[in-house]
Design a protein around this ligand. Structure first.
Ligand code: BES
Ligand code: ZN
Length: 443
């Protein structure tokens, strides 16, 4: 195995699951390993404690007059369940069919390590970098970066930069270099419905008292019109319409047609807001999603119970110029107003993040396109992203810098799902991309 792959495999072996407190020590050990790797490369690196998982910052010796580039990534990963659907252990990386299989292989350890190793390679080749570099790596992205904004505020001066680069987004198809210039925002909540003081026999009481499980189903259903539009009052008020140039450009992007969405998802059908293609729905339109719903008996066979409570975990993807706090207010009001009779509702707000939109043809956007062209020897496509990286707009708000999204995640990378994978070719291209990017941004 190449030294590059050995480094990535070591990184992938840490089960750095940020949401699960039982893995806090693993997240910490992963940060320690990263710190040692960055220090070993000759960078000045420091680990900063936060109330939960540490932030790791590293830099080269900065030279006045050079551009300062901040590269962000996250070393935490999503949980691995359902574990029985994995072909190999999520934390014992393997190479099969030219791909690396492990939790975090794409999101985000593989993409992040490509930047680290690109810098290591450049330092070996020429002893210095063409830019002043800041690496900023956090362990809380997958839980909504709860401590990073205050970290940015505290360290604003040391983190001052001209531009930010992140590889934590998508690439539309193998070999098609992809520059992301937008991200959806997000806001999450849980709706809890409470009925009787305890579970009841559904024969003795069913029909006489409200059933929280039936009520949550009706409440969830109330969030959409039958045609797929979100039915929450005011939800679309701040949505910036798609631009014609964007729609025309996206229509020419390969591998993002409706047929591709059907194939990659394995779903029997597509469904969404009328009047938009699948790519437009995902990249530029807001949505209301049910991430989980429950209540009552979940075991084998049947059980005649009338559950005491029921819940739904909801998230809303947002686009410019929707504001997470405003949307959460509207959602809360909608849920309270539409709550069926006979149950009590509690809406518990979760994490959120603002949407992001930038100009792909800005000075730095063009530099990123040149780097992508050089690394992949192909013409880059320009897209927005359906996923969220909540800190990106916060970077702009606090550090005043825009972010270049140089995605290497393929549609079938299975991020957040069993059998996450990352092609070795993307890993190697990512290393070249980092080297080309720093050169282009230095110009
Ligand atoms: N890397 C993803 C986001 C992503 C993936 C964007 C692919 C575009 C294409 C990131 O790690 C992620 O999963 N973010 C979460 C954020 C949330 C937990 C606040 C998301 O989008 O659900
Ligand atoms: Zn993720």
């Amino acid at each position: 195995m190449t030294p590059h792959l050995e480094d990535l495999f070591s990184f992938l072996r840490f089960p750095s699951i940020s949401t699960d407190s039982r893995h806090a020590a693993d997240v910490r050990a992963c940060a320690d390993w990263l710190l040692a790797k960055l220090t070993g490369m000759g960078l000045t690196a420091r680990l900063h404690e936060t109330p939960r998982h540490p932030v790791v910052v590293a830099r080269n010796a900065h030279v006045p007059g050079l551009r300062t580039v901040l590269i962000y990534g996250h070393y935490d990963v999503q949980p691995v369940d359902p574990l029985d659907l994995w072909t190999s252990d999520p934390f014992l990386p393997e190479i099969r069919d030219g791909r690396i299989w492990a939790r975090g292989a794409t999101d985000n350890k593989g993409q992040m390590m490509a930047h680290v190793l690109g810098v290591e390679k450049s330092l070996r080749e020429s002893a210095s970098l063409p830019v002043n570099l800041i690496f900023l790596f956090e362990g809380e992205e997958e839980i909504g970066s709860p401590n990073l904004a205050s970290f940015l505020l505290q360290h604003r001066d040391e983190l001052r930069c001209d531009v930010i680069a992140i590889s934590d987004t998508g690439m539309v198809a193998p070999g098609v270099p992809t520059l992301g210039y937008g991200l959806r925002g997000i806001t999450c909540c849980e709706a809890i419905l409470r009925g009787p003081k305890g579970d009841l026999h559904s024969g003795l009481f069913g029909g006489a008292v409200a059933n929280p499980a039936a009520a949550i189903a009706r409440l969830v259903a109330s969030m959409h019109d039958p045609d797929g539009r979100v039915a929450i009052a005011g939800f679309y008020d701040q949505v910036r319409p798609l631009e014609t140039w964007e729609r025309e450009m996206w229509a020419r992007v390969p591998s993002v047609g409706d047929a591709d969405f059907l194939e990659v998802t394995g779903s029997p059908g597509l469904f969404g807001e009328p009047g938009y293609s699948s790519a437009e729905r995902v990249w530029a339109r807001p949505t209301a999603e049910v991430n989980g719903i429950g209540g009552g008996y979940q075991g084998e066979g049947s059980k005649t119970v009338l559950p005491a409570d029921a819940f739904a975990k909801l998230s809303f993807r947002l686009v410019p110029d929707q504001q997470p706090e405003v949307i959460m207010q509207q959602v809360k009001q909608h849920l309270e107003r539409n709550c069926p009779p006979g149950v009590e509702i509690e809406v518990v707000p979760g994490h959120d993040g603002k949407p992001y939109l930038s100009d792909p043809n800005s000075k730095f956007g063009l530099a990123a396109q040149a780097a992508l062209r050089a690394a992949f020897n192909a013409e880059p496509v320009l897209i927005r992203e359906g996923g969220s990286i909540p800190i990106v707009q916060t970077f702009r708000d606090i550090l005043g810098a825009d972010t270049l999204l140089l995605g290497l995640a393929l549609p079938d990378a299975q991020i957040h799902a069993p059998n996450e994978n990352f092609p070795v070719a993307n890993f190697e291209a990512g290393i070249l991309l980092n080297q080309a990017l720093l050169k282009e941004l230095a110009k």
